[in-house]
Ligand binder design. Sequence first.
Ligand code: MF3
Ligand code: CO
Ligand code: CO
Length: 294
Amino acid sequence: MAKKRKNKIGRNDPCPCGSGLKYKNCCLHKKGGIDLKDLYFRKYRIRLKEKADIEGIRRAGRLVVDTLHLVEREIRPGITTDYINTLVHEFTVKNHAIPAPLNYRGFPKSVCVSVNEVVCHGIPSEQVLRDGDIVNVDITSILNGYYADANQTFFVGTPGPDARKIVNVARGSLKEGMSMIYPGNTLGDIGWAIQRYAEGKGCSVVREFVGHGVGFEFHEPPEVRHYGRKGEGIPLVPGMVFTIEPMINLGGKEVSILEDRWTVVTRDGSLSAQFEQTFVVTEEGGESLTPFDL
Ligand code: MF3
Ligand code: CO
Ligand code: CO
């Protein structure tokens, strides 16, 4: 008589972890059952980070935040965006790190500096900051091989009402997104929370650029959209490290790219602002590896 194995997974059955492999070639021999690290890589190409990796990214993140603070103290009317590039480049190198943007896919500078209607990827130049401008500084450093990525939008001198509004909504958008970081929540929950908040304030969310996995490389899977539906997308699990970096426009969500093939601007010329941090999903929720006050 054949053995009854009603509730037992056969060695040749598909593995319950969803890998598509046979059970005997997948989770059968793993202690602790399903190996998330393996599953997330096979299914999504997401590389979950170990404790030592997270410590490395946290160290890179501390340098990024220190660099943002250094820049913040220097922001005033009359400086050029290239001066910000010099500050970031020199401070990064002095601290035994590498500025990730430099030569990344041909980007010519060490930091992205995006003024007013520039959404992201502004190239530092002889452009002079004027009273009332807003300026986003986006810094990514590589320290001991680990990447951390963060940005902030600063006021230059005294902001007008439009500048105040868009910067506050962009800041609030990152707060809304990060409040959804919890194991079992999904990437869709993050996008949904941001979109609901920003559109609720009468602003719009840029679609063409997204947050991303980070840590071993500059841009890793997954894409982290800043719009979406609750409950959709990849479930968050401990060890996931990614950025949230909503780009929020005062007018329409449409963007154009300039002749230099980098600079992204709002199509209607309205102001755009952004805040970014690098996060790790933990057992208890989420933690910023590039923490600064929002
Ligand atoms: N730091 C940007 C991000 O948040 C990427 C800049 S790519 C560069 O993902 F080449 F412009 F630096
Ligand atoms: Co960035
Ligand atoms: Co980023």
